[in-house]
Ligand binder design. Sequence first.
Ligand code: 5GP
Length: 177
Amino acid sequence: MTDSDFVPLIKSGKIERKIKQIAKVLDKKYGQEDVCFVCVLKGAVIFYSKLLKYIKNKNVELDFVEVKSYCGTTSTGEVKMLKDISIDIKNKHLVLVEDIIDTGLTAKFMCEHFKKQKPKSILMCSLLQKPDKLSVDLNMETLVAFNIPNKFIIGYGLDLDEKYRNLKDILILKENK
Ligand code: 5GP
């Protein structure tokens, strides 16, 4: 792949300004209450680390979950959990930090999984969402930084077969690539 295979969608400056706003919304929402921020690996890792730098709440715990549902540029329709969290989330607010909500299957799967551990509340905080692709009733509170068109994207943590996660902007993969 070369630079001409991708079209810029969102520049890093715009992403980072939005992340600061999201952090303010979360601080206003939770104040100094106990909040567990769980990063959904691997795609959310850059969004998560930027977001957490701006959170002022001192009563925050961090953990990581790893799930997989995509193969190449398409969803397999099946969500697999590769790594679960180890912190206790009972009676604490849970914020799941995700890279993108596409069909919504992963978000729904995680919500059902973590509900069993009786958190005080669950919020799905996602950098991106493709509203046209949503195929399930999410039935959970969501906070989304950017709604995007139904295209396959990479960069800012998002991959194509594990590559391109380190690119600073969000880019669209041109059709037929
Ligand atoms: P969902 O379960 O909502 O269909 O998909 C969620 C997961 O699919 C995301 O966490 C992400 O890993 C992957 N995904 C969905 N759309 C895209 C995309 O456009 N680009 C990349 N790189 N991954 C995507």
